[in-house]
Design a binder for this molecule. Structure first.
Ligand code: NAI
Length: 350
């Protein structure tokens, strides 16, 4: 197997966000602007330290550079990470303070929803900044919550990957979905319609139990979902679902899900390959959300979004086929392709 060089490491610009009155504490990480302004969502999450938030922001921003490049979007990679204040807080004031920071960057960073943030939060940002998407759509213009597009892209990618890697249609296959939030829940609905059997896990019972009832899904403990006895594992919670222990015990033959940064460490890609588990690279699969967000920002139509989301499944199938031919991890093949796109833009700009 050919070893892969380290990922791109251009200088990463990090803008520290702090406004004590609004309880704003976080960071905007801008990883690459070779293809255009840095675009990536805003995460609101509980981070014990600022260092934890910074590490997450940098990793997520890097992932956005690769995702935007392979999705063919005219954007670089960036991400905002906000530390969730403990206890009660004024959400509107916090997002307006964040929006002022986004506006001050003059379009170098474009924000939208991510884990922990909503359309209402982005409307607060929009009251003070132009550089935001994920706002309610109008007529046939792109816009609104991007997660249904993400779920559609994941679903279609899964169907294409199952055909290539398992030689099967989704009907009758068992799929373990980790996380029944915005994307996971919609993915479950699409999978149930396609005749797949569902196993789900989420520490938050609200959506999980309702889905289990409506879709006749089997609920397991979050600690068991990655190694459930299924055909496909779909990580749709937070990152790092695939580590050495979970992959060593995995029964699924294909991993395809929405979560960003699924590989806990780079060596896990090789372990998946060794175990004969096909891997649909996370940032290729889950590009539907940023495709919607970028089309909204550029004033494009829903039809443009549908056509770009439709290109995800054939891209994933081609990646898995090529990786199998070359006996390499699809994650490495995807990284190389994305790096070529970014390097090409850097050469043109030089
Ligand atoms: P969400 O916050 O709506 O849902 C995440 C769910 O995961 C929550 O219900 C949470 O309780 C659950 N969860 C947390 N830890 C878990 C665990 N250990 N086991 C099982 N469930 C667990 O987030 P959303 O929007 O559905 O995103 C899911 C993933 O997809 C995230 O990694 C996000 O970064 C990624 N993603 C989302 C996009 C979008 O359009 N929303 C776009 C691209 C990626």
């Amino acid at each position: 197997m050919v070893a892969r060089p380290a990922r791109l490491t251009p200088p990463i610009e990090c803008v520290r966000l702090h406004d004590a009155d609004a309880q704003l504490d976080g960071v905007i990480a801008i990883h690459s602007t070779a293809l255009g302004p840095g675009a990536g969502g805003c995460r609101l999450w509980t981070y014990p330290t600022m260092d934890n938030a910074l590490t997450d922001a940098v990793r997520l921003a890097e992932g956005m550079s690769y995702k935007n490049a392979l999705a063919g979007l005219p954007f670089g990679g960036a991400k905002a990470v906000l530390r969730k204040p403990a206890g009660e807080f004024d959400r509107a004031a916090l997002f307006r303070a964040f929006g002022r920071e986004v506006e001050a960057l003059g379009g170098l960073y474009i924000t939208a929803e991510d884990v922990g943030t909503s359309v209402a939060d982005m409307q607060e940002v929009a009251s003070v900044s132009r550089h935001v998407a994920g706002l309610p759509g109008r007529d046939d213009r792109a816009g609104g919550d991007p997660s249904p597009w993400t779920a559609k892209g994941v679903f279609e990618a899964m169907r294409a990957a199952a055909a290539v890697a398992l030689g099967r249609d989704l009907a009758g296959l068992a799929v373990a979905v980790q996380g029944t939030g915005n994307v996971g829940a919609e993915l479950c609905r699409l999978l149930a319609d396609a005749g797949a059997r569902l196993v789900i896990a989420d520490p938050n019972p609200a959506r999980r139990d309702r889905l289990a009832r409506i879709l006749d899904a089997h609920v397991v403990d979050p600690a068991e979902i990655a190694t459930a006895d299924v055909d496909i594992f779909a990580p749709c919670a937070l990152g790092a679902a695939l580590d050495r222990a979970s992959v060593a015990a995995m029964k699924a033959r294909l991993v395809c899900g929405a979560a960003n940064n699924q590989l806990a460490t780079p060596d896990v890609a090789a372990l998946l390959l060794e175990r004969g588990i096909a891997y649909a690279p996370d940032y290729v699969v889950n590009a539907g959300g940023i495709i919607s967000v970028s089309a909204e920002y550029l004033g494009e139509s829903e039809a443009d979004v549908a056509s770009r989301v439709g290109a995800i499944a054939p891209r994933v199938a081609a990646l898995i086929e090529r990786a199998a031919r070359e006996r390499r991890s699809p994650a490495h093949v995807a990284d190389e392709l994305a790096e070529d796109v970014i390097a090409g833009a850097q050469r043109v700009a030089a």
